[in-house]
Design a protein around this ligand. Structure first.
Ligand code: DHB
Length: 388
């Protein structure tokens, strides 16, 4: 009797867990929730939660469960977590990736497991080539750096010193900016670099001050802009006559309002501003702030929000199938309106196509914002476009 009951119970639990496995789609969300890049993790996690709050947790008849893991910003940790999520949790999608080395470390696992890797943050051009399962909803640095170079030449800037963080996205920003600036007739006087971990900007800022170019072009990753600006002022560069131009990673909405009036007037180029004038963005900013104690969403957050949208819509297209190849096929060519403006996934490269905005930091209702004043529509990653 007891044995029979046990058997029935065991059989029932097998059936119910199989049913659960079938009816639940798991997304492994790997983010730097602690460490130097924690603001990226915080922004994307908040955006993913907001997407589910606004759109529900069921899609194509399946429950969508997000499993959040903290990679602490370390590639080896992210790799181990991705392996565990694929093998133990049987996730249908890997998502997140706050830094380029992390996105690259996980790419072989995505390829081997045939699981889509949705890159919501990292911006080095080559990432989409690391696996046919990578699809990107963030940006590439070349997308922002090329329009910045164009603007600089058109606005009388002739001599530039570049200053970037020495890893994938910084090297892409430096090369894309320098190549375009030189091609349009400008002169690059010096290419300065700082390390990713605990950078000290003082020595390179001193060098820039000594060289006295017309402008200093800067890329630092999200979360380091405030420290850069602080040292820029401490070294007296705000009073040197050297113009500060940048990718929007520097005048990041997450920190911008605390940088002080010294950044008013800084021209920069990027894919998203919390000040973007659209109904979709106004609703997004309001809902994001409400759910996060007044925190302003930044460009990392929209990568997360749109990444979730892309996963939901892909599941709708596959009728709930979690086959990795079918999901990636469904993502290719997808187009929608993001809080940043219209975006789509290039079906050839699996990289994002989006507007890049030229912005000027200004005060709006007493707060600092990147105020868009020109739009370059539907920008494809220039690095991959140049290879064709
Ligand atoms: C990357 C990280 C950032 O914080 C950023 O602003 C841009 C790019 C990266 O690792 O690719």
């Amino acid at each position: 009797m007891i044995r029979r009951e046990l058997l029935i119970a065991a059989a029932f639990s097998v059936v119910s867990s199989a049913a659960f496995a079938q009816d639940t789609v798991k997304i492994g969300l790997i983010l730097p929730m602690t460490g130097q890049q924690a603001s990226t993790g915080k922004q994307i996690d908040a955006a993913v939660k907001l997407y589910q709050a606004r759109n529900g947790t069921t899609v194509a008849g399946k429950k969508v469960e997000v499993i959040l893991k903290d990679d602490t910003g370390v590639p080896d940790v992210a790799k181990r977590l991705a392996q565990e999520l694929v093998v133990n949790d049987k996730v249908a999608v890997l998502a997140g990736f706050g830094l380029t080395p992390i996105a690259l470390a996980v790419a072989p696992i995505a390829t081997q497991a045939k699981v889509p890797e949705v890159v919501m943050a990292a911006g080095t051009s080559s990432i989409t080539e690391a696996s046919p399962f990578v699809v990107r909803t963030s940006f590439t640095l070349a997308q922002s750096a090329v329009p910045m170079a164009e603007w600089a030449v058109k606005n009388g800037i002739k001599k530039v010193v570049t200053l970037v963080t020495e890893f994938g996205p910084g090297l892409d920003a430096e090369k894309s900016f320098s190549d375009k600036f030189k091609a349009d007739g400008g002169t690059i006087v010096e290419n300065l670099k700082v390390p990713l971990r605990s950078p000290d900007f003082s020595p390179v800022l001193q060098k820039a001050a000594d060289i006295k170019p017309d402008a200093l072009f800067v890329f630092v990753p999200s979360g380091q802009g405030a420290q850069f600006v602080k040292q820029f002022v401490e070294r007296g560069l705000d009073k040197s006559g050297i113009k500060l131009i940048a990718t929007g990673d520097v005048t990041d909405d997450d920190q911008l309002n605390g940088m002080g009036d010294v950044v008013i007037g800084v021209i920069n180029t990027h894919n998203y501003s919390a000040n973007h004038n659209s109904a979709a963005n106004k609703a997004y900013v309001e809902a994001f702030k409400k759910a996060n104690g007044g925190l302003r969403p930044n460009f990392m957050s929209v990568g997360g929000y749109d990444g979730m949208h892309m996963i939901y819509e892909a599941l709708k297209k596959t009728g709930g199938s979690t086959d990795g190849e079918k999901l990636v096929a469904a993502m290719k060519g997808m187009a929608w309106e993001s809080p940043r403006g219209p975006i789509s996934i290039d079906p050839e490269t699996r990289d994002i196509i989006q507007n890049i905005y030229v912005r000027k930091v200004d005060k709006v209702d007493g707060e600092l914002y990147n105020v868009e004043f020109a739009t370059i529509p539907n920008v494809k990653d220039p690095v991959k476009a140049a290879k064709k």
